[in-house]
Design a protein around this ligand. Structure first.
Ligand code: FES
Ligand code: FES
Length: 167
């Protein structure tokens, strides 16, 4: 394993939202800071920086990751999807519209992480129960909405998608 002296930066190269990116990070640099300040992808929000609130959630090599609890150097060679990539994904339009329709966001601070989790969740569980949706959302803190709109939005999208697939 390569050891970096304190303060020294190394190049980190990864694919973010389908595009190759490269930047520099110290061994202690968090992936969330690398995405925001080195790659200028400010859609990834940072709340608690302790892996609790879920605002910084991204998809890292197909799995959800708290980018505030992941080191930038761990992303070397990885494929990352942030909310900017999700925003460009037309397949997620029903989820975005349902969030808007059901008042599932207010200030929007938690929304990038929740959209990452919800889209990842629906890909694995296309026909979830309400309890499963609530369990998934328990990994995210939202201080505005009370979660009810999110639950309705996610269940509605799941229902419409499942019905469409069965027709
Ligand atoms: S900022 Fe990463 S979980 Fe809160
Ligand atoms: S919409 Fe404001 S924190 Fe969730």
């Amino acid at each position: 394993m390569m050891r970096l002296p304190p303060g020294q930066r190394t190049r980190v190269t990864c694919t973010v939202n389908g595009q190759a990116h490269s930047g520099f990070a110290e061994s202690r640099t968090l992936l969330s800071d690398f995405l925001r300040h080195e790659l200028h992808l400010y859609g990834t929000h940072v709340g608690c920086e302790h892996g609790v609130c879920g605002a910084c959630t991204v998809v890292l090599d197909g799995r959800l990751a708290r980018s505030c609890a992941t080191l930038a150097v761990q992303a070397e060679g990885a494929e990352i999807t942030t909310v900017e990539g999700l925003a460009a994904d037309e397949g997620l339009e029903p989820l975005r519209q349902a969030f808007s329709r059901h008042g599932a966001l207010q200030c929007g601070f938690c929304t990038p992480g929740i959209l990452a989790s919800a889209s990842h969740f629906l890909a694995a569980r296309p026909d979830p129960t309400e309890a499963e949706v609530r369990d998934m959302l328990s990994g995210h803190l939202c201080r505005c909405t009370g979660y009810e709109g999110m639950v309705r939005a996610i269940l509605e999208v799941a229902r419409e998608t499942t019905e469409g697939a069965n027709q």
